[in-house]
Design a protein. Structure first.
Length: 407
């Protein structure tokens, strides 16, 4: 079982370990550099590469590694290559670490950290590094198997945790999360991640209407998260504020995301875990719009609208893309361009959640006009370094209500 640590203690401890690790790197440099030179010498026979697992951020820790294995399944990495990963000193989720550590197709050894940084001292280091990204640019994800599995013991412990929340084995449950800045304030208090990325934040209160609708349809709704600024207030026993009420464990974070009927995400790192396990996903408040996972076909997405403050109007989707606003990754840049991001309403979130629910139970009905709106919307997107295909769908009612933004 994974150990439970407080994130504050981990953050404090990791600073010391990182300083110690940097010191060790230089102490061991006389030993590491000869090994790095040997690796270069034998590279015509076998190419040894090293790289990190991005284990400090759950989105990269899950999706990058899963896509790496998908690419490996399809022989997209150089032949005669032996890859060795290392974990960072700070781990965001120990259950996920345990699962990657035991995967037979991954070689994870902390000594690779020293090799990796020793190699950087020498020229030509890029060739000996593993480059993983959370984007399926080779279109292999949908053709690949799921690479992570739970042990019987983990399943038993997780099911006991669900039962403790009032979620019985015969009950379908849905994971739900809204991004807010509190998590990064706790785990990275010295970095301005919150200020840089708070354009992605959204108000959890706007998700309550959707949660009530899902409860009425017989689902349990589990509000996910490690830290959260606001509670999801409800007296409904099927609406469970897991993030605020002391239920959360590293194991349940992964198990709920992996076994949910589907997942509703306000654009944050945890949504990579249900993707890794191929769960249907509803993205709401998505921005930047060109970072949408076009390749993930098992999803519906609705976006924040872009309000031009000086002109007092919404940007069309075409304007967002042509202006470059569809690729902005920094709160300040939106502000500099006079763009205010408008969150999805409670009704918009409810409507797209209903659509996913009815698509999964086979009762959703579409029209030719709706399909034309989809074609018009996705024709605006061109293959680029973030997406090579576009198979996801935009929420039907969202497009109906914003058809003027398709012009």
């Amino acid at each position: 079982m994974s150990k439970i640590f407080t994130l504050g203690a981990l953050a404090h401890r990791s600073k010391f370990i990182m300083k110690l690790g940097s010191l060790r790197k230089w102490i061991l440099a006389p030993f590491i550099i000869p090994i790095a030179l040997l690796i270069r010498f034998i590279s015509p026979i076998v190419l040894i590469r090293t790289g990190g697992t991005y284990g400090s951020r759950i989105g990269h820790f899950s999706e990058n590694m899963e896509l790496y294995l998908c690419e490996k399944d399809h022989n997209l990495h150089p032949k005669k290559t032996f890859d060795i990963f290392f974990h960072p000193f700070k781990i965001c989720n120990y259950q996920l670490k345990i699962m990657w550590d035991r995967h037979p197709d991954l070689n994870i050894n902390q000594f690779a950290w020293f090799l990796h940084h020793g190699s950087k001292i020498l020229p030509g280091a890029k060739r000996y590094e593993i480059n993983t990204i959370p984007r399926d640019l080779n279109d292999v994800f949908n053709k690949s198997k799921i690479h992570l599995e739970f042990t019987e013991k983990e399943v038993a412990v997780a099911q006991k945790g669900l039962l403790n929340m009032g979620v019985h084995s015969e009950t379908t449950f849905i994971g739900l999360i809204a991004r807010d800045p509190l998590y990064l304030k706790n785990v990275a208090p010295t970095k301005d991640f919150g200020g840089r990325h708070n354009y992605r934040d959204s108000n959890i209160e706007n998700y309550l209407l959707a949660a009530k609708e899902l409860s009425n349809r017989g689902h349990s709704v589990i509000r996910m998260g490690v830290h959260a600024e606001k509670a999801l207030k409800s007296n409904d026993p099927k609406i469970i504020d897991y993030a605020m009420k002391g239920y959360r464990t590293d194991l349940l974070d992964i198990y709920i995301s992996a076994k949910c009927h589907y997942f509703v995400s306000g654009n944050c790192g945890l949504d990579s875990v249900p993707i890794t396990f191929r769960r249907p996903l509803v993205f709401v408040n998505y921005v930047p719009i060109e970072l949408v996972r076009g390749w993930y076909s098992n999803s519906l997405v609705i976006f924040k609208r872009h309000w031009l403050k000086d002109e007092k109007r919404f940007m069309t989707f075409r304007e967002i893309i042509k202006s470059g606003a569809g690729m902005i990754y920094h709160t300040e840049l939106f502000e500099q361009q006079g763009i205010e991001l408008i969150e999805n309403t409670s009704e918009e979130i409810r409507d797209v959640v209903i659509e996913m629910d009815e698509r999964l139970n086979g009762t959703w009905e579409t029209t030719e006009q709706d399909e034309e709106f989809q074609r018009q919307f996705w024709s605006l997107f061109k293959p680029n370094e973030k997406n090579t295909v576009f198979r996801c769908r935009t929420g039907t009612k969202f497009l109906r209500q914003n058809k003027d933004l398709l012009n």
